[in-house]
Write a protein that binds this ligand. Structure first.
Ligand SMILES: Nc1ncnc2c1ncn2[C@@H]1O[C@H](COP(=O)(O)OP(=O)(O)OP(=O)(O)O)[C@@H](O)[C@H]1O
Length: 337
């Protein structure tokens, strides 16, 4: 795992509810290499957020990791399996605050309304680094706020969240996530709640900060345009499973899975003035998963008697480019079974 920061193997996170089991994440595997960006895309309900929550061990009740590994490569070369850590253990608290930073769609889930933003950033630094005193921590907080493009960082450090605009709150949350220079930044729909001009600024900012701090980023979005802009590697999820993964060129230039192709058709083309094609049908109810390929009921290429009957194999189309689809094996032998 020398060059790999995070390696997820066959992860399954299920919710046992009164109505049945929701297999929110159902056997996914992917890697995040050092200083690289991986984008996870998929429609609502595909399991993107639960994947991020599993990595941090913050799944809402009754979410539970039932199988698989989440291997995290620590500084000293030690590998920790986060899947095996207790959600309240000292180790996961250290990893959450120090090694993995996270930002969400809604800043108020990680910012407190009753403390000054500077105090919140300082607190996070002081908890994890006993050698730093308060004054130094405040200077780091100001520097971080400058880094994230907060105007008048010296005075904003003493503001409460209600005194900030939406874009500024987003920046404060990013500063907070970066407080301890994490090795991995998880960004779950980081720009969905803010307006389009600010979105582009925030994405550019994340890229610059990645260079400055040498971080890896795991970005979660339903917006393929964001992935095209940010990601080196792309993971496409549908109903808890990875249907296709590969590098950003594989996915955008030679997409293979019908679901990825359909998602790509739904991206607006600049200046084309064309209406977007939406993917027909709806994501199935998690309690009535199709017997065969999960996407078959919506797939225009589905083969009757095959795709609606059995689960498709994962096929490696070319080095590092995988697709979970019968269309590959119907014509040629699967390399991966
Ligand atoms: N607390 C919970 N109890 C039961 N099921 C849950 C819970 N949280 C999430 N799920 C289910 O897990 C599945 C995956 O949800 P998840 O939020 O990861 O999807 P997503 O791809 O992030 O979608 P979105 O883009 O809408 O956030 C969904 O079927 C969802 O209903």
């Amino acid at each position: 795992m020398n060059n790999t920061l995070l390696e997820i193997n066959n992860l399954k996170t299920y919710f046992d509810t009164d109505q049945g089991t929701v297999k929110a994440v159902d056997g996914i595997s992917f890697k995040v290499d050092k200083q690289k960006t991986v984008g996870i895309v998929g429609e609502s309900g595909s399991g993107k957020t639960v994947t991020a929550q599993s990595i941090l061990k913050i799944m809402p009740w009754p979410g539970k990791i039932v199988e698989g590994e989440i291997l995290f490569n620590k500084d000293d070369g030690e590998i920790v399996d986060i899947a095996k850590l207790g959600s309240k253990s000292d180790e996961i608290r250290r990893i959450r605050g120090k090694d993995i930073g996270y930002i969400f769609q809604e800043p108020m889930t990680s910012l407190s309304p009753i403390h000054k933003i500077g105090d919140q950033i300082m607190e996070s630094i002081l908890v994890h680094d006993k050698k730093i005193n308060k004054k130094e921590a405040k200077n780091i907080a100001i520097e971080l706020l400058r880094d994230v493009g907060m105007p008048n960082a010296e005075s904003k450090v003493d503001n409460y969240t209600f005194q900030l605009s939406g874009g500024m709150r987003q920046r404060a949350m990013i500063a907070m996530a970066l407080a301890n220079v994490p090795k991995l930044l998880i960004a779950d729909e980081p720009t969905t709640a803010i307006d389009v001009t600010i979105q582009a600024q925030i994405l550019r900012l994340l890229k610059n900060l990645q260079k400055k701090y040498g971080m890896s980023i795991l970005i979660i979005t339903h917006d393929l345009a964001v992935v095209a802009e940010m990601a080196d590697e792309v993971v496409v999820m549908y109903l808890g499973k990875i249907v296709e993964k590969g590098n950003v060129f594989d996915i955008f230039d030679t997409p293979s899975h019908p679901y990825t192709k359909a998602l790509l058709k739904s991206i607006p083309k600049k200046g084309s003035g064309k209406y977007l094609e939406t993917i027909k049908g709806m994501v199935p109810d998690p309690f009535s998963i199709p017997q065969g390929c999960e996407f078959a009921p919506r797939c225009e290429f589905a083969i009757k008697g095959v795709c609606d009957k059995k689960k498709p194999p994962v096929v490696e189309i070319k080095d590092g480019h995988f697709s979970r689809c019968f269309l590959h094996t119907e014509q040629k032998e699967s390399k991966n079974g």
